[in-house]
Design a protein around this ligand. Structure first.
Ligand code: HEC
Ligand code: HEC
Length: 260
């Protein structure tokens, strides 16, 4: 009787230890840190001040395009959507499944509105006007929490994104995870590797003196790891963007962020 009681007690003790270790471990791996925390103080200072943050040139430009009436349709974005502040929270839903059951990001949706609702041509990927509108719309969600939902509709894209995130690629055989999970805080050339979140995009890159989309940033990571990049707006990058967004659920939107 006493013997079995002790065993129960011992098992109970070990079980508690294991549960505690497990809880500690999961809360540790789930700690979310924005890329901002890995930036140098001088770069953070540029981001913090709306007057010195050069990304605001794009946002101001975006405001102009938002209200610009097109000769062809007599319409501006503003004619249908009203003040741009009405778009608060919209960017949080992207990448999103469209009517054709394809995953698209915010830049692609902007282009769809241009072609379908305004009879205009698509804006080129990474063009000034497209990034200006994308930055303007995402800026409306600044301060809101990233909380994308994974559901039956987007699950297969999410799975593809997760697969790509852990896939070892390129001449160096490196996956995203090997840098953005395993080497967080370590230096790569002149930069500190962050968790690779997307809560500041479109982001101003000082090295390029321009803003860049999530897809362009991933291309750059691919190039740095000597892997062949996919195309901007490819299914692969949209799937990765969905996975990266989910991975950062709980972070606050900081657009427009500034990085080296
Ligand atoms: C003729 C009216 C019209 C014009 C002009 C227009 N839109 Fe739209 N837009 C809509 C409608 C209606 C929807 C919702 C239905 C849909 O998603 O197609 C929408 C949806 C959107 C969405 C997605 C909203 C969501 O909840 O996911 C974005 C982003 C957007 N528009 C951006 C723009 C931008 C940027 C412009 C200017 C370049 C623009 N739209 C011009 C009518 C318009
Ligand atoms: C060889 C290491 C390495 C690999 C592999 C790598 N990255 Fe990066 N990544 C970096 C570095 C360095 C930066 C710039 C510093 C930072 O923000 O982490 C960066 C930045 C980013 C950022 C921007 C973070 C921010 O806050 O601005 C994203 C998003 C990102 N990477 C996604 C990816 C994805 C997705 C993959 C896989 C396809 C990938 N990276 C592969 C090193 C890597």
């Amino acid at each position: 009787m006493i013997y079995s009681y002790n065993i129960f007690k011992n098992h109970y003790f070990f079980l508690c230890v294991i549960i505690l270790l497990f809880l500690h471990n999961t809360s540790f791996t789930k700690e979310l840190i924005s890329g901002y925390q890995f930036s140098e103080p001088s770069t953070q200072a540029i981001q913090d001040d709306d007057f010195t943050n050069p990304a605001f040139i794009w946002i101001e430009h975006g405001k102009q395009i938002w209200k610009q009436k097109q000769v062809s349709s007599e319409l501006s974005c503003n004619s249908c959507h009203g003040e741009v502040k009405n778009m608060k929270g919209i960017s949080l839903k992207y990448p999103k499944i469209n009517d054709e059951k394809k995953l698209i990001n915010l830049e692609q949706k902007i282009n769809i509105c241009r072609t379908n609702k305004m009879n205009l041509k698509k804006l080129q990927p990474e063009s000034k006007n497209l990034l200006a509108l994308s930055a303007l719309l995402t800026f409306q969600s600044k301060g809101l929490m990233q909380k994308i939902e994974i559901n039956t509709e987007n699950k297969k894209w999410f799975d593809l994104g997760e697969k790509l995130y852990f896939k070892k690629i390129g001449q160096m055989g490196l996956s995203c995870s090997q840098c953005h999970d395993e080497r967080v805080g370590k230096n790569l050339r002149a930069e500190k590797i962050s968790q690779g979140h997307v809560n500041g995009f479109p982001t101003y890159l000082l090295r390029w003196s321009k803003i860049a989309s999530v897809h362009r940033r991933i291309q750059f990571c691919n190039e740095q790891a000597r892997a062949l990049p996919f195309k901007i707006f490819s299914n692969e990058y949209n799937a990765l963007q969905l996975y990266m967004t989910w991975r950062g659920n709980g972070l606050v939107i900081e657009t427009p962020a500034v990085r080296k």
